[in-house]
Design a protein around this ligand. Sequence first.
Ligand SMILES: NC(=O)c1ccc[n+]([C@@H]2O[C@H](COP(=O)([O-])OP(=O)(O)OC[C@H]3O[C@@H](n4cnc5c(N)ncnc54)[C@H](OP(=O)(O)O)[C@@H]3O)[C@@H](O)[C@H]2O)c1
Length: 327
Amino acid sequence: MKAMICEAFGPLENLQWKEVPDPVLAPDKVRVRIHVASIGFMDTLMARGLYQLKPPLPYVPGACGAGEVIEVGSQISDIKVGDRVSFLNYYGAFAEQIVTDEASIVVLPPSMSYEQAATYRLSYNPAYLGMVYRAHMQPGETLLVTGASGGVGLAAVRLGKVLGARVIAAIGTPGKEDVVRQAGADEVVSYSQGAPLREQVKALTDGKGADVILDVVGGDVFDECMRCLNFMGRIIVMGFTSGRIAEAKTNLLLLKNASLLGVFLGGWMTRDLPGLKRLNHDLLALAEAGKIPAIVTHRFAMTDSVNAMNTLLSRKTVGKIVLENHF
Ligand SMILES: NC(=O)c1ccc[n+]([C@@H]2O[C@H](COP(=O)([O-])OP(=O)(O)OC[C@H]3O[C@@H](n4cnc5c(N)ncnc54)[C@H](OP(=O)(O)O)[C@@H]3O)[C@@H](O)[C@H]2O)c1
């Protein structure tokens, strides 16, 4: 098969599309022909050696994709050749094939396209885990989402509305207001322009702040989030796209009876398989009802993954970027 190969961590330009041996199928694994993969910020971190997990080299980047099952190991009983599936791993998706664990796979309903399947796992999965399982967000609460125009952020905005929250979308790059409003945001604020974020959010919440904050940016934006959290509020620590891991002032948590909640989808899904199945069951039901559409704005050929990842890092994109194989 052909795959995007990373032989050394560093600039994304190190990656090369080349012929490699087909991955070996073990008895407990499934082989998928990949039709569509999606790009997340973590893929760009991992290939540059900046992610918390460093795969053995050489490796194939790409966490998430969708395609058809073309072979199953002798111990697999619930998945069969021909099934349309999505998969979520740490890596292996920017290729023509992947051999993966049964646990990483979700069999798709007929109505779900490969494009939607390849994008919802690394956007709606972490957003749902954070808002529903960790923050126990309630209808009528106010949700603030930072990095709201990105893959996870836009999914959080959309899901926040589906769950009955009032959603404030926070963006850093001007020009992304329309897309977050189209996803359902009730209000839009900026962490790069105008008054400090805390003041913008307090002005929209009668001085109280947000009940739930989902933060993918970290750094100075996280510091501002700590200052505009309501009493009994919950901050979901999802990522650090700003590049700085913030330190929380615990006195603010004490004064507000507030909670700081870490969310790490990869660590959780390997420890709570029934929980992961429940979560995807709920999300597929929402997808079938048309409530969580894929928000894809850029499409590239799989061979063009480096260009696609650089496009994501430019901060000019919104929603998800997908990579397509044309067999
Ligand atoms: N914890 C988990 O389980 C989990 C799961 C999935 C993803 N994540 C993390 O969540 C974060 C977002 O992932 P994603 O795939 O949604 O990324 P994305 O699509 O690239 O979106 C990230 C957003 O962050 C904002 N941003 C602020 N400062 C930035 C900077 N210096 N460089 C780039 N973007 C910046 C951008 O919006 P503006 O330009 O408007 O500021 C951008 O829309 C990443 O840190 C990722 O690793 C965590």
